[in-house]
Design a protein. Structure first.
Length: 240
């Protein structure tokens, strides 16, 4: 093979590889496809954040995060992680939840070990505005109230190094977080320490050290990829 043909072949290979990479990136950045309601799997939702109801606890307070979730899931709010509530589904979103009683943490761990999937948003420095006074039981706690759950899974949650909005990588997308913490421990930890993925028996737990990224109403256009990233994380959990 002469040099001219060799150069042409190498150039063709480079162009093909570049096209393949571009297609892969485009597929990663694409929002997860919506599903018809008849195909919506159950998503259990446990949260202290005003996602289902507004800050004033009105029925008209549904958030954009809830709308995005309901496009792909049959969302079932729960208040505790006891056996009865966890039996309603196999996928759970814990978005900055209140502290769970010890017996319910045992139930959650057992549910996971039987094959459950949980995405836990554990924010060590929540910046979500609330009109409710400090100490109000309906106000989200200022930090994730860990009562030993993360340590049981081999993780530690650390306070943020700096306060304020910060871009982070969640899967294939850049998202806007606010005062994110960082994680360390035995699980698979992302390079920026925002995300940990843990195998727990036959199940999987994904932990994100921020919950403010769900407040897309307040964060505006810089957070336009946040909810797509959330849905992608849940989809990946379903497929594990």
């Amino acid at each position: 093979m002469n040099r001219a043909r060799l150069r042409a072949l190498l150039l063709a290979m480079v162009l093909i590889a570049g096209a393949a990479i571009a297609v892969a990136v485009a597929r990663q950045d694409r929002a997860p496809a919506t599903r018809p309601p008849s195909e919506h799997p159950t998503l259990l939702l446990l949260t202290s954040l005003p996602l289902v109801f507004g800050d004033d606890f009105s029925v008209d307070g549904g958030s954009r995060a809830l709308t995005a979730l309901e496009a792909r899931y049959r969302v079932v709010p729960i208040s505790v992680t006891d056996d009865a509530d966890l039996a309603k589904g196999k996928l759970l979103l814990m978005a900055h939840p209140l502290a769970q009683p010890a017996e319910d943490l045992v139930a959650l761990d057992a549910w996971l070990r039987r094959g459950g999937r949980v995405l836990l948003l554990a924010d060590p420095a929540l910046d979500w505005p609330s009109r409710r006074p400090l100490g109000d039981p309906l106000r989200p706690p200022p930090m994730f109230m860990d009562t030993g759950l993360l340590a049981h899974w081999g993780l530690r949650l650390h306070l943020p190094d700096a306060r304020g909005p910060q871009e982070r990588q969640l899967g294939s997308r850049r998202i806007l977080t606010v005062s994110p913490g960082h994680l360390s421990g035995k699980c698979l930890i992302s390079a920026d320490e925002l995300v940990a993925v843990c195998r727990v028996g036959q199940g999987h737990a994904s932990i994100i050290a921020d919950a403010d990224f769900l407040n897309v109403e307040a964060l505006g256009d810089p957070a336009r990829h946040n909810l797509d990233a959330l849905l992608a994380e849940l989809t990946e959990l379903e497929q594990r």
